[in-house]
Design a binder for this molecule. Structure first.
Ligand code: 1CP
Length: 355
């Protein structure tokens, strides 16, 4: 395998010294890019894009051709795991994901099986191998999965939801049923991420978009505990290199201090917590990734530069920062604003690192 020419991301995630802060963007491949919309239109729909390794590779590479990013992220979705568990995923135009067979009671949870990931998700591992070949050592490839609780909200509610009434009902009325669901999704996710690592993912991120919707006690029992199981079950070294693990709980706030105890290498932070405050919560135990408000990218180029400067200053001096947005980039963003962001990180971050 070709040597990695830019390993800034991997070094920063392990809090090792870097000459500047590395940068990538959550949802960097996606609807704000006209070339993505064209490829998706050619593929027919979103899942056809995910299931075709050549096309998944193409859209993974698109943002890297435009911007000086320090990482690629596998093009796929967190909902491929529940799909592989037999729930029947489809995307309804404009309405988001829908499951044909949601899991809404104890019998349905009991009937769930941990699938053979090679058989059901082989297309993802093929995409990882195809992307690694295409990257040819330019930057590292990040693999990912959803947290069991975040996947669980879609599995139980049957799609996107406001307020998550069914899964929160399970949490209070039948917590042991929800424990069992979390266990099965965690088990599947361990196999899934380890197979991504085996295929060539050089870091992995767990997206816990909805965990912080739970009260703190329930967050710890359902979301944190199941992510802990995953962290414990992952392959942490491959070909002599550590595989960094990033946990991103949106809206974690002071729960960051609990997340830092899981043995992960880094935590994603959204824009509602200053990086300086987040750093106090985690006391330099883990690296931090974030956290410019994605809405800033809808403002002027000057506002984007100012936002980058503020984010870098908020983290302050020293290693252990990966620049990112506090959540995914939105479809309405002008792609030129991303150039401004990436250039500003390159220009303004060296002062925070010893050369
Ligand atoms: O083209 C389209 O219309 C589909 C839009 C789209 C895209 C580009 C979806 C549907 N998923 C994706 C890709 C995707 N999703 C990636 C690819 C890599 C990259 O970052 O470039 C990743 C990491 C995800 C992760 C994901 N999917 C999350 C967690 C992160 C987050 O943004 O909070 C979640 C919650 C999903 C579910 C999902 N996938 C797609 C939709 C519309 C939704 C529902 C979102 C919701 O309920 O609000």
């Amino acid at each position: 395998m070709t040597a990695l020419r830019n390993d800034l991301l991997l070094r920063a995630l392990l809090r090792r010294p870097v000459p500047r802060t590395p940068v990538w963007i959550m949802r960097q491949a996606g609807r704000y890019l006209p070339e993505y919309r064209a490829t998706r239109a050619g593929a027919g729909d979103f899942m056809s894009l995910c299931r075709n390794p050549e096309l998944a590779c193409e859209v993974t590479m698109q943002p890297l051709r435009r911007y000086a990013l320090d990482a690629a992220i596998l093009f796929s979705d967190i909902l491929t795991v529940p799909d592989a568990m037999g729930l029947g995923l489809h995307f309804v135009g404009g309405e988001g994901p829908k499951f044909e067979r949601p899991v809404q009671n104890a019998d349905a949870v009991r009937a769930l099986r941990v699938p053979d990931v090679e058989k059901t998700l082989g297309y993802v591992f093929d995409a990882v191998r195809t992307i690694r070949r295409e990257l040819d050592g330019a930057v590292p490839l990040i693999g990912f999965a959803g947290s069991p609780f975040t996947c669980g909200t879609y599995m139980v509610e049957g799609g996107s939801s406001r307020g998550f009434p069914t899964i929160r009902g399970l949490a209070s009325e039948a917590p042991e049923v929800l424990d069992e669901l979390m266990d099965k999704v965690a088990e599947t996710t361990i196999e899934y991420l380890n197979a991504q690592i085996e295929a060539g993912a050089q870091a992995v991120q767990i997206f816990d978009t909805w965990g912080a919707a739970l009260e703190p006690g329930d967050f710890r029992r359902f979301s944190l505990a199941s992510m802990q199981r995953i962290v414990d079950g992952l392959t942490r070294e491959k070909d002599g290199r550590r595989i960094p693990v990033v946990l991103f709980t949106k809206g974690a706030g002071e729960l960051l201090s609990d997340l830092a105890e899981t043995g992960c290498d880094a935590l994603g932070v959204d824009w509602t917590t200053d990086l300086g405050t987040a750093r106090e919560y985690v006391r330099d135990k883990v690296a931090l990734q974030g956290n410019l408000d994605p809405a800033t990218l809808r403002e002027s180029a000057d506002a984007v530069r100012a936002g980058v400067a503020e984010t870098l200053a908020s983290y302050g001096d020293g290693p252990g920062h990966v620049f990112n947005l506090g959540h995914g980039i939105t479809p309405d963003v002008d792609p030129d604003r991303v150039t401004v962001l990436v250039d500003a990180v390159h220009e303004l971050s060296p002062q925070y690192h010893e050369s």
